[in-house]
Write a protein that binds this ligand. Sequence first.
Ligand SMILES: *Cc1c(COP(=O)(O)O)cnc(C)c1O
Length: 434
Amino acid sequence: MSDETPRSFGFETRAIHAGAAPDPATGARATPIYQTSSYVFEDVDEAAALFNLQKVGFIYSRLTNPTVSVLEERIANLEGGAGATCTASGHSAQILALFPLMRPGDEFIAARKLYGGSLNQFANSFPRAFGWNCVFVDGDDPENFRRAVTPKTRAIFIESLANPGGVVSDIAAIAKVADEAGVPLIVDNTMATPYLCRPIEHGATLVVHSTTKFLTGHGTSVGGVVVDSGKFDWRRDGRFPALSEPEPGYHGLRFADTFGHLAFTIYGHAIGLRDLGPAMAPMNAFLGILGTETLALRMERHCTNAQKVAEFLSTHPAVAWVNYAGLEDSPYNALARRYLPKGAGAVFTFGVKGGYDAGVRVVESVELFSHLANIGDTRSLIIHPASTTHRQLTEEGQAAAGAGPDVVRLSIGLESVEDIIADLDRALTASQEG
Ligand SMILES: *Cc1c(COP(=O)(O)O)cnc(C)c1O
């Protein structure tokens, strides 16, 4: 886990070089896809040292893989973290982030405005399967997190820029609440990416991503990552015994004592991936590496395109409202200027006049946009949540989740912005002709 790319280099330089080097065996300049499940030991002593975590190396690709390691080092570097653990999906990154912190009966506090899949995972599956109880609060007021803290609280979870968009968290204020409560702040930075926002610089302990979205960036593969800042003292009051107490699976080794600022990351591989199993495939890591190399260029264009589309929509006669933090009249504009100075991301919602039927007509009338359930592709994407992702909810439930009948969500891609706008203009006009 050495990282020889100086962190004093600029973001674009680190996005291309961090974690990677010419292949020592062949000189290959691009990172090879190490498509192997396992690695030959030099001898029994080396094998023993690897299994005892006394030597860094490769045993089996469920734990570590050379291609995946490059992506881990790169994202850790870009986020300003000590280390990272890649996972099979964003959802498994969330499990791996909480796994060392929580025991059955423990609680974590989460903002109520989150990616819909995270709401299901936290509200239903975590308590049923693991006994991890999530307390949801309105994240707009940081004091709401403080009021929800109990002796069982083990973490606070927020999204920097919340999916489906337009909502920006006051990361520094919430980090202060977490610090005073003695628990880590976990920030899902999927929608912003480290190009737009680096939560660790604002006090976050852990950062999680769905690399499926902008990081990999071309709509090709599902993946996730957990980045640890390396700054939390897991021994401070005995609340995190998995990291501070002897681990029976490794002859009584104490991760926090033995590995210091890398304890969380090594635990993530040696226990988290070993026992839960959601390893990232080497091919997906390779695509993630390619994605990070153009992240700065892509995010810049995603944001300028999104800003122009949001401005266009906010003057369109068929549009009732636009929720984009880059618009000056957005209630989150001040937070966006502080936390996302390079742009407010490329995913947002708007309301079409005419309600449910007009929303359906918009998604059925677009030609350039793809009607599907994803974000962060090079292609522009559109979805009508009330008829798809949120259709099981009542109308009141849909409205509370920001997915009322008139809501349309966009993920603005990298096509010519004139073409994106013309496609929406045509579809909006058609939506009013029902
Ligand atoms: C997509 C997404 C996830 C889940 O990630 P998967 O890779 O689909 O498992 C989590 N958080 C946010 C903000 C997302 O957009």
